[in-house]
Design a protein around this ligand. Structure first.
Ligand code: ZN
Length: 455
């Protein structure tokens, strides 16, 4: 039995243009045998199945290469690392993976999570235990005492439940890579940004060039992909020179970084949604909204976009990802905002943004040659929208416009189940955000009505 899908408009992911009155045809194994004008499609037989999207815009399933399945919509780093057991995080991560697929995202990369959470979610979906997106999984970030994700004081260290795995030497890093590969990760995440700055303000990379080279070499030797968190120039440069497959952020890329990326073939996922949401959503009373922090994020965002435009001009492949998993980037909510920001802030056309989120993203993903484009031989991973994202990308953020999500030809239907966010994350023990000295209390007296109202 074959399945025929009538498509009002078909965006294959290969070209900027759509095909009007098109058809997809696929076999029982979910592989496409035809994608093109309905006129040219093979003849449909009586027992073949017909799916009617003749009034819809059909396109490849969207891909987000930067969604942390285990973060749980976290408000604090401690919440990501400490307050819930890995087992609960895995269950929660599965629930949230389903929120993503319900938003039209048929594949995700989860680049850096504690334990073996993302790969367990991937395996459970692949085994058919749950419906969910295709997942490309990493383990904990490799980090140093000078790196991102080694948040806690040295006398605490990096607990086993953290997203960071502290390594003290090249040897330890190599052993950790081999261990993660044995456990079944698809990619190795390296925390390349450091925490110290040079007098001129430049961020110092967490690893040296030599260490970076050794880690990427071993990752590739094991047949896996290497990905890096690198906002700073030095972290980006070392990553690019080492041949890191994917660099997240790259906001301070200069000409040298861009030349190194060109040479080694590194791709970039700027992840604009996370800082943009921080800037626009954070309230003044929140820690992230304290004086200077938003201004710094705005400045970094502006510089980042200017530098990223140069990288785009140089022909570096741009991938879409959002850093979903924080309180400002909840699962299934803002993934497609990245496409709008590609258009507004990086100068992509709408069609180019759509291709970035499908065809280009697939180039990085495991089994990428079989997804991301609707053409003969690839999987029938597709979504149908009531309206054209090429007219308005905002449609992709509106789940009420989504008319179907299919993975390998099978429709995925996820019930929109409400949940109690306070029982899912936000277990941090923080009690106050102010300091109640006599002077502060006197200052606040005029505002005490808030308390009285509560009585
Ligand atoms: Zn991230």
């Amino acid at each position: 039995m074959k399945t025929f899908v009538r498509c009002g408009q078909l965006f294959t992911g290969q070209d900027d243009e759509t095909i009007k009155n098109a058809a997809l045809v696929y076999d029982a194994d979910g592989r496409l045998t035809y994608a093109g004008p309905e006129k040219g499609a093979p003849k449909r037989r009586d027992h073949d199945r017909l799916i009617d999207h003749s009034r819809h815009f059909v396109m490849p399933g969207l891909i987000d290469v930067h969604t942390h399945l285990a973060y749980g919509n976290a408000k604090t780093e401690e919440d990501i690392d400490l307050y819930s057991p890995l087992e609960f995080r895995a269950l929660r991560g599965m629930f949230f993976a389903q929120k993503c697929v319900a938003a039209g995202y048929t594949a995700l990369c989860s680049p850096g999570d504690a334990g073996q959470i993302s790969l367990s979610i991937r395996n459970a979906i692949n085994a058919g235990l749950f419906d969910g997106p295709r997942v490309m999984a990493a383990g904990p970030y490799l980090t140093t005492h000078q790196g991102l994700t080694d948040w806690y004081p040295t006398w605490i260290g990096a607990p086993e439940t953290s997203i960071g795995k502290l390594v003290h030497s090249i040897d330890e890093a190599i052993q950790e890579i081999r261990k993660q590969v044995k456990n079944g990760v698809d990619c190795i995440k390296i925390a390349m940004d450091g925490i110290q700055r040079r007098p001129d303000g430049e961020l110092i990379a967490a690893f040296t060039q030599e260490e970076t080279d050794a880690m990427v070499r071993e990752t590739h030797r094991q047949g896996k992909k290497a990905v890096a968190h690198a906002v700073g120039r030095e972290a980006t440069l070392y990553s690019a020179r080492a041949g890191m497959d994917l660099i997240f952020h790259g906001f301070f890329s200069d000409d040298e970084c861009i030349a190194a990326m060109k040479k080694s073939g590194s791709m970039l996922c700027p992840t604009l949604t996370q800082p943009k949401n921080v800037i626009e959503f954070t309230q003044p009373f929140e820690p992230a909204g304290q004086k200077g922090r938003i201004e710094a994020t705005v400045a970094r965002y502006k510089t980042g976009c200017a530098n990223l435009k140069k990288a785009k001009k140089a022909g570096i492949p741009f991938l879409t990802g959002t850093d979903t998993g924080f309180a400002v980037t909840p699962y299934g909510e803002w993934h497609a905002r990245e496409l709008e920001l590609f258009v507004d802030d990086l100068g992509f056309s709408k069609a180019a943004a759509l291709r970035a989120a499908t065809q280009t993203n697939a180039r990085f993903m495991t089994q990428g040659e079989a997804i991301g484009v609707l053409e003969e031989g690839r999987f029938a991973d597709f979504v149908a929208w009531d309206g054209s994202p090429l007219a308005d990308l905002g449609i992709l953020l509106d789940k009420s416009r989504l008319r179907g999500v299919y993975i390998a030809g099978r429709e995925i239907v996820i019930a929109d189940r409400p949940y109690d966010p306070r029982k899912v994350t936000d277990f941090s023990l923080s009690n106050w955000t102010d300091l109640y000295t006599q002077a502060r209390v006197a200052e606040l007296r005029g505002q005490r009505r808030r308390l009285e109202a509560a009585e």
